[in-house]
Design a protein around this ligand. Structure first.
Ligand code: FEO
Ligand code: CA
Ligand code: CA
Ligand code: CA
Length: 526
């Protein structure tokens, strides 16, 4: 493996532009590079109700909505982020987010929303609450090469909208959260990340609509919206552990949270706020990471600075009462600033962007890739992926430069980038999220169903999108994660048949031919 830091400084010494501090201009890494996964013959766009992969690849269903985990628990709905734990490439724990139910309540609870029609019943809300949050599943690859759940494993666990979760950081106990130190439940869990101490981050994203739907139901207690919109930390290896919501990482529609280290060893976490005209954030801890402390490093997430990106000034602006005095005109406590992150960000000069989604760090050069899905309000239908480079290539820097790495559109072959993943050799994998009600229509007709694309970031194919997977009808592919040996790609197939209006006549019958069932798949080479 190339020692990247040495190669980087040799190639780029004296090649720094202050406006664009350290974006690597050209690479000469030897080709071919890539994992076995990156050597495939690209597929074409498709509108078929199938999960289509390149020739030579197959998938198994690892977990499907409602599946019995063998301990009285069932796998939740609309699986999104997946994250593998353990160094054994054939057996480990998979954390899986369960995001939302929405229109698909017709399959989950039988409820169909009609204008002026009845609200959900308390029983239906109870089913919805159980089906969201996340799952820990113990999985194993059999001698037949198929991945399955180890039923009844003590690690199998559900975290739901009913699970008690501890609040940490400045908002803990603050009046802005009603003075509480613990909240009930997590939902709207979209994407996430892995910490350096092997726990999972889960981003609470579109919680607002869910809080509203549930709170307006007669007979169901109203939820405090300030208890949601955080990043949750879960320890899959300890089934008895209480998850944490880290208020220092801000409160907004968190797509994901990706962790890395700065040059002095501080922990840095990047996160996008997936809504029209919202911002990109990063947190930098006060104290440094000490590997020997293991999971105790989690307390690093309780003290530090949350920054918002000012893309015009190319600066990170601190959302901190002491560092940005104008915040004091509006907020009295740091907890209040964090509960109101979006408004504080705008007050401080954060740049409204086009739905910032996943953020991932390039494994070779440390540059920060950010997916912007779209912003149809601005006529941005296809989205972009930015590549941001911190000054001195240091994640603790407060200045950066950036380029548009690739734009969605027919010229690149994909639209609406959402989840990002790097393989070990630096190829970028991009899941697309064209809304279910817009796929195969108008500006999106060209692209067929949503897909998964691989985009080399170096070499002669740099910036060329090659399609690896095509989703079933109205589904989105999300949550890609490679097993430690790079031989299995885990992936969620979320919301197939989302626009169905009739359970007897669904728009998708993936995967089993009856009703659509969100499922996690394991993709391997045949
Ligand atoms: Fe849940 Fe931003 O996708
Ligand atoms: Ca997403
Ligand atoms: Ca990701
Ligand atoms: Ca999305």
């Amino acid at each position: 493996m190339t020692n990247y830091n040495d190669t980087y400084s040799q190639q780029h010494a004296g090649n720094r532009n202050p406006q664009y501090p350290s974006v690597p201009l050209e690479f000469n890494f030897r080709e071919p590079y890539g994992t076995r996964f990156s050597q495939f013959r690209p597929i074409r766009h498709s509108t078929q109700d199938q999960l289509i992969l390149p020739r030579g690849y197959k998938y198994d269903i690892v977990a499907t909505w409602g599946q019995d985990l063998g301990n009285g628990e069932k796998f939740g709905f609309n699986n999104d982020f997946t994250c593998y734990f353990g160094s054994n490439p054939n057996e480990g724990l998979l954390w899986v987010n369960h995001e939302y139910i929405g229109n698909m309540s017709i399959f989950v609870t039988g409820y169909k929303e009609e204008p002026g029609g009845p609200k959900r019943t308390p029983e239906q809300i109870a089913v919805e609450k159980y089906n969201l949050g996340g799952s820990v599943i113990h999985i194993r690859k059999g001698t037949d090469g198929k991945w399955t759940i180890v039923k009844g494993s003590p690690y199998n666990r559900r975290i739901t909208a009913n699970t008690p979760i501890n609040l940490t950081g400045p908002a803990k106990g603050d009046a802005a959260v009603g003075g509480v130190t613990q909240v009930i439940g997590t939902f709207a869990n979209c994407s996430g990340g892995k910490t350096l101490w092997n726990t999972a981050f889960s981003g609470e994203e579109n919680y607002e609509g869910i809080v509203e739907d549930w709170s307006e139901t007669p007979g169901v207690s109203a939820l405090n919206p300030a208890h949601y919109g955080w990043v949750v930390e879960i320890d899959p290896s300890d089934p008895k552990s209480t998850p944490k919501k880290h208020s220092m990482l801000g409160r907004f529609a968190h797509e994901n949270a990706v962790m890395t280290l700065g040059k002095t060893g501080r922990v840095v976490v990047y996160s996008g706020d997936d809504a029209n005209d919202q911002c990109v954030y990063k947190f930098v801890s006060d104290d440094v990471y000490r590997p020997e402390l293991g999971k105790q490093n989690s307390s690093l997430l309780e003290k530090g600075t949350l920054y918002v990106a000012d893309m015009g000034a190319t600066k990170w602006v601190a959302l901190d009462l002491n560092k940005t005095p104008k915040l004091r005109d509006k907020y009295k406590t740091q907890g209040e600033v964090l509960v109101n992150t979006r408004d504080a960000a705008k007050l401080a000069g954060g740049t409204p962007l086009d739905r910032p989604e996943d953020v991932e760090i390039h494994p070779r050069d440390g540059s920060v890739f950010i997916a912007f899905t779209n912003n149809t309000k601005h006529g941005n239908y296809y989205g972009q992926i930015y590549r941001l480079v911190e000054e001195n290539n240091d994640h603790e820097s407060t200045s950066f430069g950036y380029e548009i790495f690739i734009s969605g559109g027919p010229q690149s072959g994909f639209a609406c980038p959402d989840n990002l993943m790097f393989d070990q050799t630096g190829n970028l994998w991009v899941c697309t999220d064209i809304s279910s009600d817009k796929t195969n229509q108008g500006a999106y007709k060209f692209f067929g169903n949503n897909g998964l694309y691989m985009i080399p970031t170096e070499g002669s194919n740099r910036g060329k999108a090659m399609q690896f997977a095509s989703a079933p009808v109205q589904a989105e592919l999300t949550g890609t994660w490679l097993a430690p040996d790079g031989e299995t790609l885990f992936m969620s197939v979320q919301h197939p048949g989302e626009e169905s209006e009739d359970v007897n006549n669904p728009t998708s019958r993936w995967p089993f031919g009856d009703i659509p069932r969100p499922s996690v798949v394991a993709i391997t080479r045949q």
